[in-house]
Design a binder for this molecule. Sequence first.
Ligand code: FES
Ligand SMILES: [Fe+2]
Length: 391
Amino acid sequence: MQPSEQISQVKLLLARLDSGTTVDAGGIRHNPTSVYADPDLAGREWEAFFAHHPQLVGLSGDLPEPGSFLTLDELGSPILATRDPQGAFRAFVNSCRHRGAVVVEQPRGTAKRFLCPFHNWCYDTTGSLVNVPKQEHFGEVDRSCHGLIELPAVERDGLLWVHPDPSGTIDLDGQLGEELSSELAHWDLGGLDYLGEDSYDVECNWKLAMDTFGETYHFPVLHANTLSLVFHGNVQCYDTYGSNHRMILCRREIDQMRHLPEDEWSITRAALPVYWLFPNVQLLPFEEGLQLVRAYPEPGHPGRHTSRISFYLRHGAAADAAQTEVFRMMAQRFGEIIRDEDYVMSASQQRTADGGIVPHVVFGRNEPALHHYHQTYRSRLAMDPLPLLEA
Ligand code: FES
Ligand SMILES: [Fe+2]
């Protein structure tokens, strides 16, 4: 974020703190609880937003060197992402071309070759089939036609994007837009090292997991003894970028920063920016690193999802291994708060949605991110918009 934008966002937070106000969506909206429980809708959103939509699979730091790889299993077909010997980011269907066994089961690592565990067909990091054992017995195989099936993959500004459909296209200019792309580039996301990851299976719809990131109205209540010690709840800035948006959460440290000259202000000391990349990604950059949250539906089960919460540390942010470990534990603690506080509420909301009697939930004036997210979701699925009701 540009320094001038940082100062204007800090000023806006201070003004809202001083006047006891926050962002205003202009009214309230009712969101049908069925959107969290309807299996037909779950099928449509899976096709539109997951199976046939570009996916953020990580940061450049997830694949730090040639031979680095990672796997994903949340997008239908298993996916293998690699950095090839020339340093290029590649992605493949992680399925052996012999009889379809998953080639690589480890979540991440480094390798020159991948041996399928079934009969040891061997692939390299460019997906080429480089060896078929006992070919004289097996028969002739055209290796050039039996490499791993490649998926569209783009690395830009430190972000790794994959399209799960081999015939799909990744249009980041269209998806993110110029303004958001340039702001994300300003965070130098390529300068982050992978620090760790947690994965949580939660009995709730993936959108309920995302919704919990959409307001700070709940901080003084749900997070009274955790995040509320660090953040002023119910005070934020909010801006949209097409289907995506940015929230600026207010840290309590702003109370000290206001007494400093403006050229000493920093958005990451005064606040926590939260970028919500439609449909399922939250990027939370802070002074020393970044948290990446991704929520994935479980196909066929609207009431279940998996959240992957990954932590990254800026090059040089930690002086030594001991300090790195402290950052790792702090990052892990953040994920545990999401799991033990936010996602407990998400699962409880799911029970209500599954019950089918409560017709709708209510998005307040102070929850504009929820309005925008669900309006975007509905518009992309050609559903009627939610009307704005007078508060
Ligand atoms: S299924 Fe992979 S080597 Fe046979
Ligand atoms: Fe929360």
